[in-house]
Design a protein around this ligand. Sequence first.
Ligand SMILES: NC(=O)c1ccc[n+]([C@@H]2O[C@H](COP(=O)([O-])OP(=O)(O)OC[C@H]3O[C@@H](n4cnc5c(N)ncnc54)[C@H](OP(=O)(O)O)[C@@H]3O)[C@@H](O)[C@H]2O)c1
Length: 256
Amino acid sequence: MENEYKTALVTGASSGIGRAVAKQLASAGYRLVLVARREERLQALVKEFEPKTRCHILTCDLRESEAVRCALDGLPPDFRTIDVLVNNAGLAAGTEPAQNAEWNDWEEMISTNCMGLSNITHALLPGMVERNRGHVINIGSVAGTYAYRGGNAYGATKAFVEHFARGLKADLLGTAVRVSTIAPGMVGDCEFSLVRYRGDAEKAEAVYTDLEPLDPSAIAECVAWCVSRPAHVNILHMEVMATCQAPGGLSVSKTA
Ligand SMILES: NC(=O)c1ccc[n+]([C@@H]2O[C@H](COP(=O)([O-])OP(=O)(O)OC[C@H]3O[C@@H](n4cnc5c(N)ncnc54)[C@H](OP(=O)(O)O)[C@@H]3O)[C@@H](O)[C@H]2O)c1
């Protein structure tokens, strides 16, 4: 295996893109730490992977910084050296225009997509630098670059993810630690829309009718490709859209 990476930690491994990333890294020979709140989902994944892939489950809410740090401190010795951190856990909540948005939705997105991601990165980055080995991969979104109606706080959290990675890259200059952000467009076969529409399955499914979105495996392949580049190659940003999607143009409101 290239780069001597052995152990990967994947957040949000219980569903969608995170689960696909875990599968891809398992087949590439990684030992895995799987993180999410729904333990039974992670257990099912472990059953799928073992005995070929060694796994450890961390059931925690990434918004709870102390709990996350305790969980990381309690990792068994074999799983303590994290070489690849895949910051995937995240969500969009609501599609209302900013002026009608629920504060709780903004709070949940900011505390998960920004604070949760920062928290685990802050905990694991010093070890990577000390060992002079590691790769932080963030799952951003095209929403972090292209604004769309109803994307307000979600897009802003993903712009944070993108720029945070660029800041890390600047700080990590001179070390062998690499940083990548993969920014997907529309991905199906995830719970993303169901969460965004607060459990309304009809609305969630309607998003994907009459079109072919990306599969989670397409993003997982990008992750696997980034980590398997030779050690001197750092893919900083990848934007991946379904062929049926494109960034919208600017809008103008004319007076009647
Ligand atoms: N699907 C898309 O169209 C799309 C497009 C661009 C970017 N993305 C990004 O891709 C990432 C993965 O989303 P997905 O599409 O795969 O959605 P998903 O199927 O809903 O998966 C989200 C994952 O995040 C975990 N998670 C959410 N909040 C968490 C918390 N507080 N603590 C721990 N884990 C938490 C969930 O696990 P538990 O609920 O078990 O905790 C789940 O495993 C997100 O960052 C999303 O913004 C998705």
